[in-house]
Design a protein around this ligand. Structure first.
Ligand SMILES: [Zn+2]
Ligand SMILES: [Zn+2]
Length: 311
């Protein structure tokens, strides 16, 4: 049962945070996290049945992914970092096309084996690849405007959001590799941002680590950055009265922060209250009931989710 939580005394984390990127996950560790969460959340069998194998395939692909250096002017990079601007636009990322194409094929086969709606899109995409459709242009389009993806969705008679989702999942290791490349270029002025210091996208999920420090995870490149535990990260509210918290005794590791001022919400996972490894994309898709609850209450997420298309 989910209920609103009274304001809790929370430590204000004022200490300096390291500007490290996301911890590295190998495929075996992802597989283990997927198995653990599958047994905890039988209601998510369908969703984890698709995303679980996809996340494992992405972790394997990441090891082979080398998109090359992102083109950016050194002086501009230094200026952006020191002034607290995000370093690049999402369209600046490079895609390792052979690796992304291999992964796309794998993801399409996983989609075919899973849900009906996503399965037919996976099938259509496999057919399009067999017919010689130029996947490299489509994979690049995920970063830019989606004109060609829209055209293909029409030709294939497939839902655009599902086609975009499959393509995005295939380029994600390239985005992660790009974010890792740039993470070392960030300096301390990039702390406490409400958007990703690398690409400027919104956080998709928050994390409290073993020491109670709070981190955000980017919904686009999955960079991880530290933030202080202020009431609302999006409108920078500090008064806790403006924020309502949802939590459940059945899932003590999850909390949803609802900001009454800006009507946005953020899911935060307290890793001190769970026995499994915290793999952010997995926790994100295995807590969609919280997104639905927040939406019912009239709150919206900073990241438009295409995840519900799997259901
Ligand atoms: Zn990002
Ligand atoms: Zn707010």
């Amino acid at each position: 049962m989910i209920k609103a939580c009274p304001k809790k005394g929370q430590r204000n984390m004022e200490r300096n945070h390291p500007m490290t990127s996301d911890p590295q996950w190998d495929a075996a560790a992802v597989e283990q996290a997927v198995a653990q969460l599958s047994s905890l959340r039988p209601a998510y069998a369908h969703i984890i049945g698709f995303y679980g194998p996809v996340f494992v395939a992405q972790a394997r692909a990441l090891k082979r992914t080398d998109p090359g250096a992102i083109d950016i002017d050194e002086a501009l990079l230094a200026m952006k970092s020191s002034q607290g601007f995000s370093l690049v636009e999402p369209s600046a990322f490079k895609v390792d096309l052979p690796a992304a194409e291999d992964l796309l094929t794998r993801i399409c086969h996983i989609a075919v084996q899973s849900g009906e709606k996503l399965g037919s899109t996976g099938e259509a995409l496999i057919r399009a690849m067999g017919d010689g459709e130029a996947m490299d242009m489509l994979l690049t389009d995920v970063l830019l405007e989606r004109r060609r993806i829209k055209a293909l969705a029409k030709t294939m008679d497939a839902p655009l959001e599902m086609l975009s989702l499959l393509l995005y999942l295939a380029v994600k290791p390239s985005l992660q590799a790009g974010a890792r490349q740039l993470a070392s270029r960030l300096d301390g002025s990039q702390k406490n941002r409400g958007s990703c210091p690398i690409c400027g996208s919104q956080p998709i999920i928050g994390e409290l680590d073993g020491d109670g420090r709070q981190w955000m995870h980017c919904g686009w490149c999955w960079h991880r950055w530290p933030v202080k535990r202020i009431a609302c990260l999006f409108c920078s509210r500090r008064e806790r009265a403006s924020v309502e918290y949802l939590y459940s005794d059945d899932e003590p590791e999850y909390r949803v922060n609802l900001c009454r001022a800006c009507k946005r919400y953020l899911k935060v996972v307290d890793t001190r209250k769970m026995d499994r490894g915290f793999y952010p994309p997995l926790e994100q898709v295995a807590s969609l009931h919280l997104d639905m609850l927040a939406a019912q209450k009239g709150y919206s997420h900073a990241v438009a989710s295409t995840i519900s298309t799997v259901e």
